[in-house]
Design a protein around this ligand. Sequence first.
Ligand SMILES: [Mg+2]
Length: 225
Amino acid sequence: MPFDLAVIDLDNTLYAADSNVFARMDERMTAFVARELNIASTEANALRINYWKEYGTTLRGLMLHHGMEPEAFLHEVHDISVHEILVPDIELDQALAHLPCRKVIHTNGIREHAIRVLEALDVAHHFAAIYDIRFNHYQPKPSSATLSALVKLEGAVPHRTVVIDDMEDNLAAARAIGAQTALISTRTPVRQWDFHATSLPLLIHLGGIVNHSGCIGAAESGIMR
Ligand SMILES: [Mg+2]
């Protein structure tokens, strides 16, 4: 089944999870939570992780339990020097060029951060749209409702959509609405997904790509299934 739409995560999916971008954001989140809630750093770090696990993002927990206004948090957390960490990725650029379907970013971060990452990697030109945390009233992944709204807005249908993400919870939401799922991870998956590779270029190159009407040709795929 070819795909008309690829919904691609940003952080730890377009670039390697060990690249330190997320670690910098985690540090800033913990500092923000400690300052705003006037709690110790260790407590703030635990709260950050608990909310992230419970709600998909730390921000969601802060909004629900502390009435936090989102934008100050989002700007402060994402204020990292991405260009110091990420460099143009020719392999990724070439791989994305082999996906002829419409490609959009769906991130629990903010658009401004997504643009900085895409420009640092030099792959921004591949993406038709960016759906950030503000989409669907700050309802983050792994919300099936948010993903459904995105697919609908794109004029696509779930069974001709592939969701590519490094988080299995996000893929579970994709599967729940009938989309195809592709995991980018170096760890052993907890569940089995339609596709799995350790990087996005490998996913695309081993995915048997492409026929003229869509992107990854699932039927021809030789990728880990
Ligand atoms: Mg991610």
